[in-house]
Design a protein around this ligand. Structure first.
Ligand SMILES: [Zn+2]
Length: 272
């Protein structure tokens, strides 16, 4: 009897623990300051070379994408990244750029915190540089904010997995295997949603924020970010586009609302 009560208590505590995650994860990550663009550091040559290998293996060999580091698409993104790198204080260094042809997939990413990969289709759908700068500066901002080195998302995922399986085992012993599985699934999903994704969503907002200031400082009209997100559905939205760029899902509406709040500050950077 006593044991059962303890078990119920444990179940309740686990649920509370998982759910309370959502109240503690919305804070900023350690390098984020809303008023300051973090100073960039030139990445180690060895890590850039290693990243190049990862990109060739993962995108080129495994996913069959054609990769390029020359040509008009490359020049367009590289110019942009060069201007953003200078605005971030990287004298004479610009983050390496790789263009990936992934057919109709649309995406952009910062790999290992040192290389910018942009899918060709994105360039086609975003002909204006002020709008493209919104995406690319978001990726550069992830690098400046050192989000790649933040293990919190990984650690939280592990925690949720452990929490969900403990809860599942408890429920199984009390109510049988089906209920146990259900409890595990529910706890896993809730935990992932509230505890993990909300944290990475926070990173997305930070990258939007710092990215908007950075693009403005680099001389791109920050209103380009607003018009980009206004038509984000159209840009990312076709079937087959899993839009990994949107994978942690702050909704476009929320992103827009936040960017509109930052715009006056970004315009000051732009006009200077
Ligand atoms: Zn992002």
């Amino acid at each position: 009897m006593m044991f059962e009560r303890l078990r119920n208590l444990a179940v309740t505590l686990l649920f509370l623990g998982i759910l309370s995650g959502c109240t503690t994860v919305s804070g900023p990550t350690k390098n984020f300051n809303p008023n300051v663009i973090p100073t960039a550091a030139i990445p180690q040559q060895a890590s850039v070379a290693e990243t190049r290998q990862v990109i060739i293996q993962e995108l080129g060999q495994k996913q069959g994408m054609a990769l390029s580091t020359s040509g008009p698409a490359y020049q367009r993104v590289n110019n942009l990244v060069r201007r953003l790198s200078q605005a971030a204080g990287l004298n004479g260094f610009s983050y390496p750029v790789v263009i990936a042809d992934a057919r109709d997939k649309v995406n952009a990413m910062a790999v290992n915190g040192n290389t910018i990969v942009v899918y060709k289709e994105l360039l086609k759908r975003v002909p204006k540089d002020s709008e493209l700068a919104a995406v690319v500066s978001h990726e550069v901002a992830h690098i400046l904010l050192k989000h790649h080195a933040d293990n919190t998302v990984k650690n939280r995922s592990v925690l949720v997995g452990v929490g969900a399986s403990v809860l599942g085992n408890l429920a199984t012993s009390r109510w049988g295997a089906d209920t146990g599985r259900l409890a595990r699934d529910i706890a896993g999903t809730l935990g992932q949603g509230y505890f993990v994704n909300s944290y990475s969503r926070g990173m997305e907002y930070e990258a939007d924020h710092t990215g908007m200031l950075l693009m403005a400082k680099a001389g791109y009209d920050p209103r380009g970010a607003i018009s980009f997100w206004r038509r984000a559905n159209q840009i990312f939205g076709t079937a087959g586009n899993s839009a990994e760029f949107l994978s942690t899902h702050p909704s476009e509406g929320h992103r827009l609302a936040r960017l509109e709040q930052i715009l006056p500050t970004a315009l000051q950077y732009y006009r200077h």
